[in-house]
Design a protein around this ligand. Structure first.
Ligand code: URA
Length: 282
């Protein structure tokens, strides 16, 4: 039997996926949410919001972006992430859009990572291998991580959208996800952050920053400063594909490296003289 709280949360997720950002709650609805909130505090069976461990206050419940009907199961972080992965496979709000491809590509990496990287969506190669960042952009990302002294296996790598955005007569071409596609998958990203609890997040490119931080504009304007995602510091940098497109131009490389140095400083990773000196003008 479907529980009332699941029905409400499912409804809100679908509305969110349709791009709806506010719903009206009358007094009766508020009362229902209050009682569900109290029930969850008493150890009832209402689902737990992974980032806060409690449902939002009734006033905040009007913003569906902060709720999720995901059930987090398991004791360890790896088990909990695995329970998310299983739910992502047939995630109704994403399927309902009809604009995303069939294969779900979940995140990869260390469930106890100190650093989480968020990209936009899987591309051709990622869909084929069912792993984020394994194509040319992924190779570039691996190089950046190696230069930081952080092997790929040590970090957690996610995408805002868990399915490859579809296009007409699609072969190897990819497209940027729409705001609706991002909203449909955001509950997973939020839940992943709540489980992994990284010390800092790197948003790779403008789309990731838009999805995570609701920012609009250029990466040039977004980078160079710390942002915040529900208490976790976020650094925005250029997407590795942009580095590839810019032909490894030194100013872009240097800016990405400055962003990575800021991340390393933030979490107290050791920085050698050589690392500090990369791309300094001779
Ligand atoms: N680009 C992304 O943003 N994510 C991937 O997984 C691959 C390429």
């Amino acid at each position: 039997m479907i529980r009332p709280v699941d029905a409400i949360l499912e409804f809100l997720s679908i509305e969110q996926a349709r791009g709806v950002t506010h719903v009206h709650l009358d007094e009766g609805a508020r009362d229902t949410l209050r009682s569900l909130f109290l029930l969850s505090k008493k150890g009832g069976t209402a689902p737990v919001s992974p980032s806060s461990q409690s449902l939002p206050s009734p006033a905040k419940a009007a913003a569906p972006a902060s709720v999720s009907s995901l059930m987090i199961e398991g004791e360890t972080r790896a088990q909990q992430l695995d329970s998310l992965r299983r739910q992502a496979e047939n995630w109704a709000p994403a399927r309902a859009l009809g604009s995303l491809r069939e294969t779900m590509v979940f995140s990869t990496g260390n469930p106890d990572a100190r650093v989480m990287l968020v990209g936009e969506a899987p591309g051709y190669q990622e869909e084929k291998e069912r792993e984020p960042f394994v194509g040319p952009a992924g190779q570039k990302l691996n190089d950046i991580l190696k230069a930081m002294g952080l092997p790929r296996e040590e970090v957690y790598i996610s995408n805002i959208v868990k399915f490859r955005p579809a296009t007409a007569r699609q072969t190897t071409n990819n497209r940027k996800p729409t705001p609706e596609e991002m909203a449909a998958c955001m509950p997973f990203v939020r839940a992943e952050i709540g489980i992994v609890k990284p010390e800092c997040i790197i948003a790779l490119g403008g789309t990731a920053a838009e999805g995570l931080l609701n920012l609009a504009g250029t990466v040039t304007a977004m980078r160079g400063d710390w942002h915040d995602f529900e208490g976790t510091p976020v650094r925005v940098t250029y997407h590795p594909s942009y580095l590839l497109q810019s032909g490894g131009s030194n100013p872009v490389k240097r800016q990405v490296w400055e962003d990575m140095l800021a991340v390393m400083e933030k979490i107290d990773l050791p920085i050698s003289e050589k690392q500090r000196g990369y791309f300094l003008q001779k």
